[in-house]
Design a binder for this molecule. Sequence first.
Ligand SMILES: Cc1cc2nc3c(=O)[nH]c(=O)nc-3n(C[C@H](O)[C@H](O)[C@H](O)COP(=O)(O)O)c2cc1C
Length: 507
Amino acid sequence: MTNAVPLYVARETAARSVGVEEVLQRILEVGKERGISFDVIRTGGRGLHWAEPLVEVGAARIAYGPLEVTDVEGLFDAEFARGGDHATRLGSLNDHAWLKGQTRLVFERMGLGCATDLEAFRSLGGFGGWERACDLGPDEVLDELDASNLRGRGGAGFPAAIKWRTVKEAQADEKFIVCNADEGDAGTFSDRLLMEGDPFCLIEGMMIAARVVGAARGYIYLRSEYPLAKEILSEALEAVRQDGLLGPHFDIELRIGAGSYVCGEETAMLESLEGKRGEVRAKPPLPAHAGLFGKPTLVNNVITLASIPWIVARGGKAWAEFGHGRSRGTLPVQLGGNVKRGGLVEVPFGMTLRELVYDFGGGTLSGRPVRAIQIGGPLGTFLPENALDVPLDYEALAELGGSVGHGGVIVFDDTVDMARQARFAFDFCARESCGKCTPCRIGSVRGVEVMDKIIAGDDVNENIALIEDLCETMKEGSLCAMGGLTPQPVLAALKDFPKDFHGGFGS
Ligand SMILES: Cc1cc2nc3c(=O)[nH]c(=O)nc-3n(C[C@H](O)[C@H](O)[C@H](O)COP(=O)(O)O)c2cc1C
C-alpha cells in the first residue's frame, strides 16, 4: 500500500478489555472518510495498561492513549497521523519515563513488531540464544545458566541451573519439558503478556531447554482463561513448524487447563496433563526425576523459559550484572489493584516497593493513602505502607515472612479491611484446594468459620489464638504450598493490622 501510515496497535487481552478493537475500527473508518490509509501492525502490549487503548502512529511511533472511540475524530482533527498535538499524546514511548525507568531484558522486544511474524522476530534479534546454544553444546549452556543465577519465576524461586542439570543427568528413554503457563495468581499477567506479545521468545527458550536436557517433546500448559494467548501461541507454533525448527526432533503441544488454581502447582499440573484430576502428588520423587508419565520432566514457568534466550545469547554473567544480593537479573513486576498506573514494570531486583508503587504506579487510583500491598499473589504476604522501603529481592522479602512469588504487586488504599482480606485468603484456599491433604482441605474451611466469628466480634482473643494455631498446622502439615502459604497473608494481616481484628475495621 502506498503512502499508508504505520499504525501500531496491541493485539493483547488488557488492551482488548478496554476497547482497543473498537478504537482501531473507528480509526480505520474515519481514515477512509478522510482519505488516509493505515498499515496496521498488531504488536504485543507494551505493558502500559494505564494508557490502553493506545496506538502508536507514523515512522516516529508517536503514542496516543488512553483513547475512547469518541476521541477518534479529534485525533484526526489534530493530525495525529503526523504526530500532531492532542490531549492523549504521550510522545515516543521509548522516551517515556514509564519505559525509560525500566530495564527490559525478557520484554526487550515487547510491542516492537508484529507478534506472530517470524521474520520480524528474527530482525529484532530473535533466535540469537538458540543459535549460540547450538554452537556451545549443552554443558556450556548450563555453565551460562549457572553464571546467571536465574531462579524460577513461577513462585518458588528455585535455581534453574540445578533443575536443568538434574533432568539432563537423569537416565531415561524419554524426557519432557513442561512450560507452566497456568498463571493463576490474581493480579499477575506477565506470562500472558509475554505469550501474546512475544510467543517466539518462549518457544526459543523451550527449544534451548529441550536441547540441553535431551527432550523430544514439550508441552505448554495454558490456563483456559487465556483464549487470545491460545490463538497467538497456536499461530506462532505453526510458523516455527513451517520454518522447520520444530518438528519430529522436538515439538511443542499446547494443552489447555480447566480453570483450577491448584493445577498451577507442578505435580497437579502433571496429573492434569496425564488426563487425571488435578491433585497434588507427594514429593519425592521430584518431577525432574519422575514427572510426566513417570519420566524426567523439566517444569519451568513462562518467564523463566523466556529469560533463557537473553541469557544464552548475551551470557549468564551479563544477566547477573543486574540485580541485588543473591537475586540476579530482572523481575517483570505486575502492578495492579488500586493503583493509578497499573501495568508491567521489568526492573532489576533491588528496586524498592516504594519506587514501584509511587514512581511507576503513581499511588492509588482512588487518590486515598496507600494502606497495604500484597506481593506474590493471593497466598502472598501483606506489607503495610511503612514497609515499602524494602528492596524487591527473594531474601529481603523472606526476612519479612513473604516471597516474591510470580511478581504480582497489588495496592490497597485505606478503605481495605484486613480482617476481611484474611478471611478471603482462607476462602480462596477452600475454593481452590485440590482436597488431597487434610490441613488444606479442612483447615481452610475452619479458617473461614473462625474468621467469621472474629469479624462478628465473638470471643476475639480466643479465636485469634485458634487462627494462629490453625495457621501453624496448615504451614507445617500441608502437602504443597497451597495450604502451606495460605497462612502467609493471614498472619501478616494479624501482625501489622491488629486493629482490624479487634472490634472491626476502622475502630
Ligand atoms: C498452589 C500453587 C499454584 C501454583 N501456580 C503456578 C502457576 O500458575 N504458574 C507457575 O509457573 N508456577 C506455579 N506454581 C509453582 C509451581 O509449582 C512450580 O514451582 C513452577 O512451575 C516451577 O517453575 P519455575 O522453577 O520456573 O518457577 C504454583 C505452586 C502452587 C503451590
